[in-house]
Design a protein around this ligand. Structure first.
Ligand code: ZN
Length: 387
């Protein structure tokens, strides 16, 4: 989500800066398939099962394709599978994917007054305002949920859903029937998420983010106070969830997940007038959390499989890099943060070696990054220029 002030700033940037205009074009290109063709909306509750979404021959996780609701392909052996179990597993990702698309379309509409984008986003919001109540809150795995089988997935979904609603409402693109529909979802979800407090769990970070989003939607100060400032709220999780080394207490994969939820929540909190980074201690803690994964990454840029983290998962993927980019934008110029992020993005061992060298030697990282090294790795000098 973005506040009206932020939207205005982006509109100005798009008009003046070629980089910002290019970013908008990227966003438009990504949204185009959803505008050209009506996406498939699964009218079923997502199901977690042993065999749904898994190749029956080799156990690999089937690939997610938002445009293929019936055929689910195995990336390992190439076979395709179909059937209700696979479909209801696919529905989990599709519900989340559609909410993200709605938010993206809402952003395009808010930035460019693109009526097509606004209409498609509003359609998605309207359909889900009904579907949410059609799918029963029962047969769950981990907490109450309508669309999914666990509450944290509902929290995740809701932050995107409300982002779309918020952007369209700010730009006057929603009818009263759609606004009432979103109100209904947000109100029910607030009760459902609020009653399932998971304490210090990474999932609770997402609950706190979703409750903050709901507070922003209704401008509910009481709910905002709890969701942002309580022990199991955003501030509590920032202060207690990350250790002195910056890592989330439950392990590396949870670190990235919790950090993402925290960033989402912090952004919503800004719309309510809370700036979690205004205190020096919180900034230091937040910076350590951003740097944590790359500081402990293995030489091949995967993170250690501690606790129940999966083995061999690379940090160099958009979902991880995006966290650094957002955090970097909030914290301002930061040589160490920049070099870590570029090293990951470029999968550049030479650069990473220098980062480690600088750290071990306690030398100030002068950000002396060899342009030739970056060029050899295909990272343009323009995008990553260090002084
Ligand atoms: Zn297979």
């Amino acid at each position: 989500m973005l506040t009206p002030v932020e939207l205005e700033r982006i509109r100005t940037a798009i008009a003046a800066e070629p980089d910002a205009a290019r970013l908008l074009e990227t966003l438009r290109a990504r949204a185009e398939p959803v505008l050209a063709k009506e996406p498939h909306i699964p009218r079923v509750k997502a199901l977690l099962s042993r065999d749904g979404g898994v190749c029956q021959d080799d156990g690999a996780t089937l690939s997610f394709d938002p445009w293929s609701p019936e055929q689910h392909r195995c990336p390992r052996c190439g076979k395709s599978f179909s059937g209700e179990r696979h479909y209801r597993n696919w529905a989990r990702a599709q519900h989340l994917w559609l909410a993200e698309r709605a938010a993206e379309l809402g952003l395009i509409a808010a930035l460019t007054d693109d009526a097509r984008a606004g209409t498609r986003a509003a359609e998605l919001l309207r359909v889900y305002a009904e579907l949410y109540f059609e799918l029963p809150n029962r047969d769950n795995v981990l907490g109450p949920s309508h669309l999914f089988f666990s509450t944290y997935l509902e929290s995740l979904w809701l932050t995107s859903y409300l982002a779309a609603g918020y952007l369209l409402r700010e730009t006057g693109m929603l009818e009263s029937v759609e606004l009432a529909g979103i109100d209904g979802v947000a109100e029910t979800a607030a009760g459902l998420i609020g009653e399932f407090n998971e304490g210090p769990s990474n999932r609770q970070t997402w609950h706190a983010a979703a409750l903050t989003a709901i507070a922003a939607w209704f401008e509910d100060e009481e709910l905002a106070g709890t969701a942002v400032e309580s022990r199991s709220g955003l501030l509590g999780h920032l202060a207690d969830g990350f250790g002195a080394d910056g890592l989330w207490w439950e392990g590396e994969n949870y670190h990235l997940f919790a950090l993402r939820g925290l960033l989402q929540g912090m952004h919503w909190a800004r719309a309510l007038g809370f700036d979690l980074l205004e205190h020096a201690d919180a900034r230091t803690q937040f910076r350590a959390a951003l740097l944590g994964p790359s500081r402990s990454a293995l030489p091949d840029f995967t993170y250690p499989a501690r606790r129940d983290s999966r083995y061999g998962v690379s940090l160099a993927q958009p979902a991880s890099l995006e966290l650094w980019e957002i955090g970097r934008a909030w914290l301002g110029a930061d040589a160490e943060l920049d070099v870590e992020a570029v090293a990951e993005q470029a999968q550049c061992p030479e650069l990473r070696h220098r980062v480690l060298e600088a750290r071990v030697g306690k030398r100030i990282l002068g950000a002396h990054v060899d342009e030739a090294v970056l060029a050899a790795r295909g990272v343009g000098g323009d995008r990553h220029r260090f002084e």
